[in-house]
Design a protein around this ligand. Structure first.
Ligand SMILES: *[C@@H]1O[C@H](CO)[C@@H](O)[C@H](O)[C@H]1NC(C)=O
Ligand SMILES: *[C@@H]1O[C@H](CO)[C@@H](O)[C@H](O)[C@H]1NC(C)=O
Ligand SMILES: *[C@@H]1O[C@H](CO)[C@@H](O)[C@H](O)[C@H]1NC(C)=O
Ligand SMILES: *[C@@H]1O[C@H](CO)[C@@H](O)[C@H](O)[C@H]1NC(C)=O
Length: 446
């Protein structure tokens, strides 16, 4: 499942030596570790038309409204939550999505628990934490992890989880534990930020392709949550793309036209710093950016100053400024890249004007290069539609879900993996996308 992580290529030994010495000679890469699996195959274009239907009203409570968007098997729940506290948000969410949460949570939990225990030695966790999982079990280990991060967390996030648990009548601790899993598993993913000359009409576009675990049933109940804070202490409106019961941010856009994307790094080089179990979990760093920051600079300074945890690549794009940055992220070091200084610099990951991008991982030549080719071959012509048709599907990235953000026009496109009992291809990038007009959604009142 955590894909790339396991496959340290045995045959790669030879290739690795060649690549490393070449990189050393050109001074491009310092002390290269292992590379991810070589996959140069290309997928077919996704020719399914985007669903542009309006959201359909389903149900309503005092602080929330539930809609569905999309058609057939590719429907997504779209929920609006309002309130003056995290608890208000959570209570509305847990009331309207009670059944969906009851279906997702036990299955996802059981699945991830088994996978993590089976894969313990491949997860690159600190020894003491591995032993803790082995001896005391995953729930206890995650409770201890929660204790380590609690002081960095926004209390309102816990209040929101409490609201969900109370309204949906599920165990609060299980909700918290589910949100600690992101720190110990690694999704391999892809991202880009494109602006100016890179896109048709100079739009600012961002890709978030999430290649995580499609066997946990998360995609059975995909949910887009639109938060409408009633007070500035809860920030401003933003959209979070996840699954019933999950309020961390992996994918989303804000009403300040900032977008966020992320890649878990399994193949770093020595330019990354240390990792730590103690700090603000990255799913809440991403959420903070959408909920509280107003500009790209705000977001970057938050990332620079927050107590960070693990090895990641982040993407932040700003539709107001018309630009994007990529961030090389770890506990002890952080580096910010634009199109002029993008890393890693290698013949398989060249720089592109008005673009930042990363395919699947840091040291992942074949996947990085495929994404590079897809962007440069269509340079200047790229729209969300073209990206869906002929970038993610051809590069083959975004198993679990894909978000394409049009940060100029404030529109988000989302696809999800095949749910249980559904037909058609498994991977989200091969399926139908739905269009969500956030101009309309951010403006919806109770
Ligand atoms: C990756 O696979 C392709 C196609 O099979 C091959 O041409 C290429 O040499 C391989 N690259 C590496 C680094 O192994
Ligand atoms: C709805 O939100 C308001 C604050 O806007 C809060 O006072 C009220 O208790 C909430 N109602 C429910 C049922 O959560
Ligand atoms: C876009 O392309 C034009 C024509 O090649 C060039 O003059 C201009 O500097 C480019 N703009 C940016 C922002 O790179
Ligand atoms: C997809 O992009 C490639 C270039 O990367 C191009 O040759 C091909 O015609 C495009 N296909 C579609 C369906 O747009």
């Amino acid at each position: 499942m955590f894909d790339c992580n396991y496959f340290y290529y045995i045959f790669f030994g030879f290739v690795l030596v060649v690549q490393t010495s070449l990189a050393h000679k050109t001074g491009i890469l310092k002390n290269v570790g292992a590379f991810c699996a070589n996959d140069t195959t290309r997928g077919d274009p996704n020719l399914i038309p985007i669903d542009v239907g309006q959201p359909r009203f389903i149900n309503k409570v005092e602080n929330g409204t539930l809609y569905q968007i999309g058609s057939g098997e590719d429907q997504v729940w779209l929920i609006h939550v309002y309130g003056n506290s995290g608890y208000d948000f959570g209570y509305a969410y847990g009331t309207l999505l009670r059944d969906q949460i009851h279906k997702v949570l036990p299955r996802a939990w059981a699945h991830f628990e088994q996978e993590i225990i089976d894969a313990l030695k491949d997860l690159k966790l600190p020894k003491w934490f591995e032993e803790l999982i082995a001896e005391k079990g995953l729930p206890i280990a995650l409770d201890i992890q929660n204790d380590l991060v609690r002081k960095y967390m926004d209390e309102e996030v816990y209040n929101e989880m409490r609201g969900i648990a109370d309204a949906a009548q599920i165990d609060y601790k299980t909700v918290v534990r589910l949100h600690m899993l992101g720190e110990i598993t690694r999704g391999r993913c892809s991202l880009y930020g494109l602006w100016g000359n890179a896109t048709l009409g100079g739009k600012t576009l961002q890709l978030r392709a999430l290649d995580w675990d499609v066997d946990g049933g998360l995609q059975d109940y995909p949910v887009i949550t639109i938060y409408h804070p009633g007070t500035s202490k809860l920030g401003h409106p933003f959209a979070n793309v996840a699954w019933a019961g999950y309020i961390g941010t992996l994918t989303g856009m804000s009403s300040y036209r900032l977008g966020i994307s992320e890649i878990g790094v399994s193949f770093p080089d020595d330019t990354f710093g240390d990792e730590s179990m103690s700090g603000l979990p990255f799913i809440f760093v991403e959420r903070y950016i959408l909920q509280y920051t107003e500009t790209l600079d705000d977001a970057l300074s938050f990332i620079a100053n927050v107590r960070r945890t693990c090895h990641l690549i982040l993407g932040v794009a700003d539709g107001k400024l018309g630009t994007a940055r990529m961030i090389q992220y770890s506990h002890s070091k952080v580096n910010f890249f634009d199109d002029q200084n993008l890393q890693p610099l290698a013949d398989w990951h060249p720089r592109i004007p008005n673009a930042i991008y990363s395919g699947m991982d840091w040291l992942c030549p074949s996947r990085q290069y495929k994404l590079y080719r897809a962007i440069v071959d269509q340079y200047g012509q790229i729209t969300p539609e073209l990206s869906i048709k002929n970038i993610t599907s051809v590069v083959k990235t975004g198993d679990l879900h894909v978000g394409v953000y049009d940060l100029t026009d404030n529109i988000m496109y989302v696809a999800n993996a095949r749910g249980t009992g559904e037909q058609g291809p498994m991977e989200a990038y091969k399926r139908q996308f739905v269009k969500v007009d956030l101009n309309v959604e951010f403006a919806r009142t109770r």
